[in-house]
Design a protein around this ligand. Structure first.
Ligand code: ACM
Ligand code: ZN
Length: 541
């Protein structure tokens, strides 16, 4: 492995990066001199340097921009044209290091780059006897997209606070800034709601789980070990605060009206049939969903939101909306009455009706709703202009149509961004080469693509090591897609990757080692595709 400190392999690739001749060495006398606006990031820098170096660098607050020797300067710039919110510059010479930004986010990302310029031992938790050299360099950097997300599904498997914190730590290294937290599913409801205690007492626990990977859709292998868990309000607040310190916004998702079997197991009266139900022990799409014909469903959801919304300072709230079968609505007298009373033409319109009411509730809480692309209506008059679509399923035409309405969206096209997919189907190169902007989209609408998000659905992901394997290094590639400029060079990315992976090794991340398609796996992949195409919903209950 290349150990030469002058071989630069920063991921995501910065906008501009030039090596210069004078290197700098951090020693125990090095000071961190910072503008008062940057106190929290200065303390963060001090903390990440102190464990591995054994130096507690002194902090010095000043509005004075003059430069001292042997110092890391965190300087504020007024030029918000050049230095937009997350932009930064980083200059290293023999006197020290100068970081410039207009906001602390920029300084935070400059620090992430600085980590990657230091020897990999900087990621260690113990004192390491190394020379803390940083090569002379001149960097200017700015993200391509403002939304650079990762989604964790904890409905299928609950992993808990420590696992989430570990993910947030690694997200920060990748300059990712949105943690989309998928907290409710057919197989588990993960948030304590004090007004409805059965959501956690009943909805958070299941008796068994399907195991064995995608193939067990047919063979239905299962483990009879019960699985469950949920977050208290304190837990949720702890994660929100932890993420804030890493400049990551937490966007919670309560998936409605589908994927709600766990909720209905706790409160069957909000279904069409009245139940009873059990928290699902199989994966798939379930026909029993919330009943939009019953008025009390909306009161129930409003009360849940009243409790949950204030915990999350993010301006956004995700309402799911994906994969909601209409079977029960077709035979439910309440749903049919709702259709007639509101002049709706069918059950698809009924989902739009449901979405519209939910959107109104969220707007009353000053939240901008996000939903999977199934919530996007064919007729746009009804949908609130602010609603953001998250595109996972369809081709580009639905994205383009949505954006041409002047609306916003986040791109999570499943074939490129779903991290739970086998590497045979979505190899590293494919994720890396993906461009979230459809070619046919006019320039004027392109700015309404907020960015990119990579979801990790956890049906087959019960352990941390499996999370690591599926996520990395594909998330590393997608982080570069989200941050770096559009021009791509996969060979160049692969050249930079090994050095980055050494850092992940130091952080204990068990990333996937084989990341290119092995031809012997193609046959198995073909068999899997045939199976899915023949029976896409073979475990619908
Ligand atoms: C999804 O994959 N059902 C959003
Ligand atoms: Zn109904």
């Amino acid at each position: 492995m290349e150990k030469d400190p002058r071989v630069i392999s920063i991921i995501p690739k910065p906008v501009k990066c030039e090596l210069t001749s004078e290197d700098f060495f951090i020693n125990k006398e090095t000071k961190i001199i910072f503008n008062p606006k940057f106190q929290p990031v200065a303390e963060y820098l001090q903390a990440i340097l102190s464990n591995p170096t054994g130096f507690t660098l002194s902090l010095e607050k000043t509005e004075d921009d003059s430069l001292s020797k042997n110092a890391i300067h965190l300087l504020l710039v007024d030029d918000t044209e050049k230095f937009r919110n997350e932009s930064y510059s980083l200059v290293v010479n023999s006197d020290g290091i100068i970081l410039h930004a207009s906001h602390s986010n920029g300084i935070f990302y400059a620090i992430q780059t600085l980590r990657q310029l230091l020897p990999i031992e900087i990621e260690s938790k113990m004192v390491e006897k190394v020379s803390w050299i940083i090569p002379g360099i001149n960097i200017f950097d700015s993200p391509r997209f403002k939304w650079r997300g990762f989604m964790l599904d904890e409905g299928r498997h609950f992993h808990g606070i420590n696992v989430v914190k570990r993910i947030l730590d690694v997200m920060a290294l990748h300059k990712l800034n949105v943690f989309h937290w998928h907290l409710t599913e057919d197989q588990g409801w993960r948030i304590d709601v004090k007004k409805y205690p059965k959501l956690a007492k009943v909805g958070a626990w299941r008796k068994a789980s399907q195991i064995g990977g995608y193939k067990s859709f047919i063979r239905k292998k299962r483990s009879n070990i019960p699985h469950g868990g949920y977050y208290t309000h304190e837990d949720l607040r702890e994660i929100v605060e932890y993420a804030q310190n890493l400049h990551i916004m937490v966007v919670p998702e309560i998936d409605l009206p589908g994927h709600s079997r766990a909720l209905l197991a706790a409160y069957p009266e909000y279904s069409c049939t009245g139940g009873p139900f059990e928290v699902a022990t199989d994966w798939g799409i379930f026909k029993d969903v919330l009943c939009p014909g019953k008025e009390q469903v909306f009161t129930f959801l409003e009360e849940i939101l009243k409790e949950i919304v204030p915990i999350f300072p993010s301006p956004y709230f995700h309402i799911g909306g994906d994969e909601a079968p209409k079977d029960r609505w077709k035979t439910c007298s309440d749903c049919q009455k709702r259709i007639v009373d509101n002049n709706l033409s069918n059950e698809n319109d009924l989902q739009q009706y449901f979405t519209t009411r939910l959107v109104k509730l969220l707007k009353n809480f000053n939240k901008i709703p996000i939903g999977w692309n199934e919530i996007l209506p064919v007729q746009y008059d009804e949908l609130d202009q602010d609603v953001i679509g998250q595109h996972w399923l369809h081709g580009d035409e639905i994205v383009v149509d949505h954006l041409r309405q002047g609306r916003k969206c986040i791109i999570s096209r499943f074939f490129y961004t779903y991290l739970d997919y086998p590497y045979t189907m979505t190899p590293l190169r494919k994720s890396y080469m993906f461009d979230p902007i459809p070619e046919e989209l006019e320039q004027i609408h392109r700015r309404n693509i907020l960015g990119l998000e990579a979801p990790l659905w956890t049906e087959w992901i019960p352990t941390v090591s499996r999370i690591d394997w599926q996520t990395f290094p594909r998330l590393t590639a997608l982080a570069e897609v989200a941050w770096s400029q559009q021009e791509k060079n996969y060979a160049n990315f692969r050249k930079r990757l090994p050095r980055f992976l050494l850092r992940l090794d130091k952080l204990g991340i068990k990333y996937a080692k084989e990341t290119v398609v092995d031809p012997s796996k193609i046959k198995r992949l073909f068999k899997f595709l045939v199976m899915v195409l023949q029976d896409p919903q073979n475990n619908v209950s």
